[in-house]
Design a binder for this molecule. Structure first.
Ligand code: HEC
Length: 178
């Protein structure tokens, strides 16, 4: 039995292909590789959330869980990044100016816009319900993502903020809880 690990550069997931040496010809094996025979194997999918040591330390100091961040990053990459940009940096142009279609562009979710002005329940609601129709084109996520995936992606968004912004956000969070 041979195991081949295939890493898809597009989504950084790993798949593994099992090949039974005796029961399949080389040709059939090639067909399997070329065809849709690449299945996710029982190894957990690996995503590469790259964190430098300083960011890792900041994240741990915030009580965010690195495993949760990895899942949040996977959710973000799959469902959010196309609009909110890599590392939550948004799209080129001013996110405060409506586009020709009368809707706001997807704002950055990092320090540079105002996602960090919102306590967790407000962020959750924005994600669950999507954009109000006259504001933007974000779809609602509540039936598409599990509660856990939403928690995870919120944790990932929090990990994008600098220490200073995180401190401000924490005050807002505390006020919302009192
Ligand atoms: C089709 C594009 C699109 C996708 C995909 C998308 N969003 Fe959005 N998002 C927007 C737009 C446009 C807005 C701004 C308008 C508004 O506030 O509704 C927004 C607003 C937000 C806000 C509020 C930001 C603020 O500053 O108040 C959050 C949080 C957010 N999105 C998170 C997410 C998450 C998490 C995902 C993935 C699960 C996601 N978005 C996927 C377009 C998108």
């Amino acid at each position: 039995m041979i195991y081949i690990v295939y890493s898809n550069p597009a989504n950084k997931r790993q798949y593994c292909i099992q090949y039974k040496v005796k029961s399949m010809s080389y040709r059939a094996f090639l067909m399997l590789l070329i065809g849709a025979g690449v299945g996710a194997c029982d190894q957990p999918a690996r995503v590469s959330l790259k964190l430098d040591p300083a960011r890792q330390q900041a994240i741990l100091a915030r009580g965010l869980d690195l495993k949760q961040l990895e899942s949040g990053f996977a959710v973000y990459e799959k469902y959010c990044q196309s609009c909110h940009g890599k590392d939550g940096k948004g799209q080129p142009g001013d996110w405060r100016v409506k586009r020709e279609n009368g809707l706001y562009p997807p704002p950055p979710l990092d320090d540079s816009a105002h996602a960090w002005h919102h306590a967790t329940p407000v962020l959750r609601k924005a994600i669950e319900e999507g954009s109000p129709p006259d504001m933007g084109d974000m779809p609602p996520w509540k039936n598409k993502l599990t509660d856990r995936e939403i928690d995870d992606v919120i944790a990932y968004i929090k990990s994008l903020w600098s220490d200073e912004v995180y401190k401000h956000w924490l005050e807002i969070e505390m006020q919302s809880r009192s």
